[in-house]
Write a protein of this length. Structure first.
Length: 252
């Protein structure tokens, strides 16, 4: 006989917390408490290696964040955004899918780490109107856009790039894309993101023609860092699954 659990009987996994300690002992705050939702279909219940490398990168190059307007897409626990704010960004707009659990969790992390003066939290669906995000800052486009471990969402490459093209400040702005090939057999699909990004932009091309549309970015693969593998039980080359890659994109 099959027993069906009622909604009242189902116990969602409790949130977990990880503490990220910044490398520089003089950093303030020195440690950041990151609450992660207990479980979520959008993978927000992990503190991804890419987010830790992002945090270290921003702390090593605080000038990237200082007095800049910064946007994060698909933020999850929002560690990179928190570190950007701690490095004196003018304003950080942190976004994820407009699911109450996700957005409330990000706001909790902002409040817990006392960085609310520099951070706004918003729900946003990639590829949709950017008008609301433009209104969050005085200059309408962003100096830095953060994409942390998102390129494995292959079906969403165009949506992410559309948003980035519309919101990045030309010439001086940078999109930073950090990720790991968690599924080595699909690594070629991950890096297709960058091939699409650097295709020439042509306003006359049908935006729904995914094989033709391009976004006109320059791209540079500038960083690789070895970390501990996140999912020991997964298949595929451990070296590949434990390496974080960093790219920067800009509009000429």
């Amino acid at each position: 006989m099959t027993t069906i659990q009622s909604d009242e009987e189902y116990q969602a996994p409790a949130p977990t917390t990880e503490v990220y300690t910044r490398q520089n002992e003089h950093s303030q705050p020195r440690s950041l408490s990151i609450q992660l939702v207990g479980s979520h279909p959008l993978w927000a219940h992990h503190l991804w290696n890419a987010s830790k490398v992002f945090a270290s990168f921003f702390d090593s190059h605080p000038e990237i964040c200082r007095d800049k307007y910064i946007l994060e897409l698909g933020a999850g626990g929002a560690l990179p955004s928190l570190v950007a704010a701690a490095n004196n960004a003018a304003k950080v707009v942190v976004t994820d899918y407009p699911d109450k659990e996700l957005i409330d969790n990000i706001q909790y992390n902002v409040d817990t780490n006392r960085l609310g003066e520099r951070i706004l939290v918003e729900g946003y669906v990639w590829g949709t109107s950017t008008a609301g995000l433009r209104k969050k800052i005085p200059q309408a486009t962003y100096d830095v856009i953060i994409l942390s471990d998102l390129v494995f969402n292959h079906s969403q490459h165009h949506a992410m790039l559309r948003t980035c093209r519309e919101l990045l400040t030309p010439k001086t702005g940078r999109v930073y894309v950090f990720y790991t090939h968690h599924r080595p057999h699909l690594a070629h699909r991950d890096v297709e993101f960058f091939n699409i990004a650097k295709r020439p932009y042509d306003a006359s091309v049908d935006p729904d023609d995914r094989d033709a549309v391009g976004y006109g970015f320059e791209v540079d693969h500038f960083l690789q860092e070895k970390m501990n593998v996140m999912f020991e039980e997964d298949s595929g080359d451990v070296e590949v699954r434990s390496t974080v890659h960093g790219w920067q994109l800009w509009l000429p």
